[in-house]
Write a protein that binds this ligand. Sequence first.
Ligand SMILES: Cc1cc2nc3c(=O)[nH]c(=O)nc-3n(C[C@H](O)[C@H](O)[C@H](O)COP(=O)(O)OP(=O)(O)OC[C@H]3O[C@@H](n4cnc5c(N)ncnc54)[C@H](O)[C@@H]3O)c2cc1C
Length: 455
Amino acid sequence: MPIVSRKAALCLDILIVGGGVGGLAVAYMLSSAGHHVRVLEKRDYNVPCSGHRLTPNVSKILRQWVGEEELKKVSVRCPATRFNRLRTGENIGFLPWTPAVMAETGGELLMIHHDDLIRLLHKLATDAGATVDINAPVQSIHAGTSDSKPSITLLDGGELRADLLIGADGSNSIVRNVVLGEANRAKPGGLTVYSGIIDAEKMLSDPELRPLVLTDDWPIWTGPRRSCIGHPVRGDKREYAIGVYSWTDPDGQDGQENWEESVPTEEAVTEIDAPMLRRLLKLTPRLVRTKYMARDQDDWTWVDRTGRIVLLGDAAHPSYAGGMHTTGMAVEDAVVLGCLLSNLQSMDQLPTLMDAYQELRQRRCALVGLADLGNAQMMALPPGPEADARDEDMRRQRNEWDEGMLKAQFEEISGIFLYDAGDAAEEWWINWGRFHKNVHDEPSVVDVEVHCDRG
Ligand SMILES: Cc1cc2nc3c(=O)[nH]c(=O)nc-3n(C[C@H](O)[C@H](O)[C@H](O)COP(=O)(O)OP(=O)(O)OC[C@H]3O[C@@H](n4cnc5c(N)ncnc54)[C@H](O)[C@@H]3O)c2cc1C
């Protein structure tokens, strides 16, 4: 179903802290719905990064936003995942993402450079009318009351006020501290992720590395306490994204929980014996190191007590860097929040819409996040019966994979892939939202464009 293009009857001034994937995606949705949106991003966009695997639940959203052709220009369709041993490079399994099965999900598995995704979302957001300020770090957040607006203070001392403030400031969010009313209680999670980009041209001259670029596969190398991934990015595949997932004792874990720390590649190459993989990693001199911090999120609220500050993306449901679904969950959050706020007719409706947003999103994000973390752990099991069972499973898939087995596997992941964020929000509105007692006008789904009065 197409994502709603309805304009809200009441338009808000909205500030978004953080111009990453989630912040830009929600800026696009809200600007399209007629709201006045300003994004504050602390860095500029020319910083080291790597690539994303976009599952069908998110690739179908992007296709609706930019069209098939635009998406093709900046991404690579993944035909299969190949499982290999980290120690030897030996292939142990193969999981095809066949076009027929992907078609059932309504999307594709795409691989995209972080820069390309940001550029695409930035253009969508600004074309829709959002203002994006870069190099604009937000220093502090001040909650308002249900009648007065929340505000922020910028590092340069400037103060800004808004009807609604969205914290899209990543895993180590400062907005979340205000929403939860307490500082971050996080502890090292034992996983450090190293991410980078390699010039694919350099791989083409190595006979063992060359097929990695040419096949478009997404290989995963599994090993004790470590795993690696790689895949081509950019529409013309001129670059190759890599990630090393390293499990260590949490007590001795180094690093920071952000994408700002660059370390020599040598640090990630230790314990990787496969010569081909060592050669691959050494093609990039430095990698971004990101530390996973674990948090108990069970009793979190995503909306502050005034209903005017709300969390989104990693700020709402922090996970580990480079997960398969992290980006998808942030984009889905943006779609749901944007769709709900396109129904806004009066300020007293806001708390209900914010509650609906949390209700629609929190459980899904928690379940998907757990599955994602479980997969990362499974790819790096220590030697033993569990690792043997995993390898046997992968081997069986390679040898016996047929349409029947693929269907069975598909059932397991269909809950993630088939989800339609726009549908979820529309369904809530039709079943519940439009009957909310504080909505002044006759309840109706407004499908025509309504001229916006500033609230
Ligand atoms: C520079 C960068 C590169 C990344 N590269 C990859 C990658 O290659 N592969 C991958 O899988 N994931 C990557 N990620 C993480 C991934 O984008 C997220 O996990 C996921 O998309 C959820 O997005 P998010 O917008 O919630 O969080 P994030 O992507 O972390 O975005 C949060 C944004 O908020 C900004 N911010 C934080 N605090 C403040 C503040 N006080 N004031 C203003 N702005 C603030 C940050 O600079 C950041 O741009 C990257 C993140 C960043 C920031």
